[in-house]
Write a protein that binds this ligand. Sequence first.
Ligand code: M6R
Length: 616
Amino acid sequence: MCGIVGYIGNEQAAPILLDGLAKLEYRGYDSSGIAVRDNNEDTVVIKAKGKLSELAEKTDNGSAVKGCCGIGHTRWATHGAPSETNAHPHVSNDRSVIAVHNGIIENHTEIREKLLRQGYVFRTQTDTEAVVNLIDYYYKKYNIGPIDAIAKTMVRVRGSYALAIMFSDYPGEIYVARKDSPLIVGITENAAYTASDVPAILNRTRQVYYIGNLEMGRLTAGNVEFYNLDGDLIEKELTTIDWDAAAAEKGGYEHFMLKEIHEQPKAVRDTLHAYLKENGKGNTVNLEKTGISEEEIRACSQLYIVACGSASHVGYTAQYIIEDMCRIPVRVEMASEFRYRRPPLVRDGLVVIISQSGETADSLAALRHAKEEGLKTLAIVNVIGSTIAREADYVMYTYAGPEIAVATTKAYSCQLIACYLLAIAFGKARGLVTEECVSEYLEELETLPDKIARILEDKERIQWFASKFANAQDAFFIGRGIDYAVCMEGSLKMKEVSYVHTEAYAAGELKHGTISLIEKGTLVIGVLTQSEIYEKTLSNMVEVKSRGGYLMGLTMSGNFNLEETADFTVFVPKTDELFAASLAVIPLQLLGYYIAVARGQDVDKPRNLAKSVTVE
Ligand code: M6R
């Protein structure tokens, strides 16, 4: 969950490192640090507790630090509290080895004990310090080069890591290594970069290598060599990143979250169009580029959707749609539970992993477990070249572009679209959705981007409502079926950015306990887009109202009688009810956002969170 950068070239390194870290701050932001070397001088290490701005202030935005080779880190604490001491980079006892690390070393205590017996001392509570000293230990004990010392360490440690390492004996070089935590290398004629994620180096280069699991790299100015665990040189493919660099900037919006909410019409359209094909009679779903065949779809008897957080909320929505449209049983599992519960899996089932980052540790572990069990896996992923995308049998990319705000919005919306398309493709392959229905569904999906844009045009109304409830202590989201799945997302969105306590309830469940929490003025948001269960949810809202709850109702245009019950009503344009989540979620994203802004929270970087959760 931490962010790593490294630079070697002929420019001053520190400003480049700080600039890269600023783009990675979404990965962690409780402390930061850089280590920079000026030719043969000793390496300076500067750290600061708190946001990156503290480090920028300490170093005059990097300009006060001389040297053209360095590594940097922004931290999301796992071992050891956020503090200047525990901030990275970490140094070996005699400063021969300096490193930054993202991941968790599971056997760090055992390694510490081993090194203590060898006379090493430890100054921090981090697992990283154990790795740095272990590299140093092997480097000296066996009198070997950096690659061999790192390889020996990789064999000895358990857990996940992306490492950028400097050796005092090798002034013009940076070494990198990874297992299960992301790390890339960027290259230009005169420089080499390393980073946890593409946006960190996008304004410097678009030529990128993805480092594979258990691989290492040696970076020099303008060059990089890759090695396997045996220390043999390996060839890697250079990828050209074609993202728009502006897409990773705020572009005039106050926050990335608001910008990304507004990018949804385009993101949804791009994702939809990536999987459509004209067949003479109109559009049809084309999953060719995912790699899955129609025969495989037809042979599949069960779907397991495995994901975390918002991505799992997409899974719950998909469950209602796929079961309804395709009559295939769908089980949705939280990846963190799935990986240890080890449920019996049917052999002709397909495991669908949904992940924006493609690096979420639990989702990755679930994918690997499914593969070990002999099942085929399909990943719905946003980040190109991410670990989940590379390891899955089939990949269905979403086209949200880089998502920076910790709270997901546009990636969630694109994942929904991907699931709708899967549902249609499965329904058609299994003979349950006719060609005519496919065309109708796709025509309806084509209207979603404009409908989302229309909802966004009316955002001030939500902003006004949010300002009234900025001091709310609690909020409850209730709905049934697909509406319940939307409630889960609305609830998470609000709590993660505004810190208001929220809960999502299946509306019919409320009276089995939770309704005791409703008192005069408690905010209850009812979502009612499904006509078959509309009256049922409405009754549940009336029950809440008669206990003093303040009601916000969210429904589709035409259901005007909701205004008689709700104190504040939001209408979204009409759409096929199966796709209603795509519209209903937008006002809820805005509500969470505006309540957070009204409460003065750090919307893009909520406390205690990180964008990419690479620890379990
Ligand atoms: O990168 P992933 O989609 O795998 O991330 C999964 C969750 O960590 C993520 O959706 C998280 O819940 C978001 N912060 C919610 O806004």
